[in-house]
Design a binder for this molecule. Sequence first.
Ligand SMILES: C[S@@+](CC[C@H](N)C(=O)[O-])C[C@H]1O[C@@H](n2cnc3c(N)ncnc32)[C@H](O)[C@@H]1O
Length: 317
Amino acid sequence: MTSMAAAQAPKSRDDCPELARIVDLIASENPLQKKRIEAFLNTRGPEYWTFAEGLSRILNHSFLTSDAARQEAARAYNKMCKDFLAEQIRFKKTGKYRVADAAEAQVHVYDDLTVMRYYMLGLLVSYMFWPNHYELFRFFLNHLPKPGIKRYLEIGLGHGLFSSTLLSRFPGVTGTAVDISETSISVATETLRTFQADLNRLRIVHGDYLTTDIGGADFDFIVMGEVLEHVNDAGAFMRRTKELLAPGGTVYMSTCANCPALDHVYHFKCVRQIRHLMDDAGFRIAAELALPAENIPEDQWEEELVTINYCALLEHA
Ligand SMILES: C[S@@+](CC[C@H](N)C(=O)[O-])C[C@H]1O[C@@H](n2cnc3c(N)ncnc32)[C@H](O)[C@@H]1O
């Protein structure tokens, strides 16, 4: 699925010892998580084994080399899952996100180096074990631009998975990545090194996307995964993205509706609102995916405050 693939692609779960180590690690801290992961793994096929075994190998040989680091990471992942659940329960009662301003999230999450490091590692692991996150990443891979693009921009570099993939898939491309969190940049740099990405082709800018000079425009491809829900003015983010996109370029974006978290600020109440925002900023949605977190009919999503993961491929309207 990506360049993380082993020399010989695994055909079944039995060919995935690195993945087994990660599953055991998480299960040792929380047997309930093991049940959920097992249920998901039981429905997977070869494309998944290649992706998950490759990513697990990278994690096992970079971030998780000592027992202390492994235990801390397993706790962090389980804590992230529990935090999400607790926020869900609170949200179903109040209908509101806890944090109303991005500056607050910055103090409690982005600027706390320990919290942010394990949040980013947990998020990276979630692309392997959360069915909706895995589907977002598959959509990203299935909607990459044609070979030959020259310049890409990633907004919210986070853990580095998306930039690592782009640098390895597009040997001629140069990237710019912007992130407001120094911890994200340091975790991403570690991921990029482990993926053996060519860091000479990536310019990393530390700062707020809306106010920082990122030194350039006319990007052929722009990636903005899971960022809009973290900001005060999602419309301004999309308008700036429209200005920076080259004619004929495309944008991969993902976000979510009714998805409470300790650092989620911008509250999309339904998929329609996300689509309107893209339209208002001058984009056309060329492809999209809306994934509910609960098995509830679409016409009840909004009323039942169902969490929806959403991603789209955008073009200039
Ligand atoms: C949830 S992570 C997403 C990581 C990755 N892109 C993904 O799709 O999984 C959000 C990232 O956006 C960054 N971020 C949040 N607000 C930002 C802003 N105003 N400007 C730049 N980066 C921002 C955070 O520091 C964090 O690294």
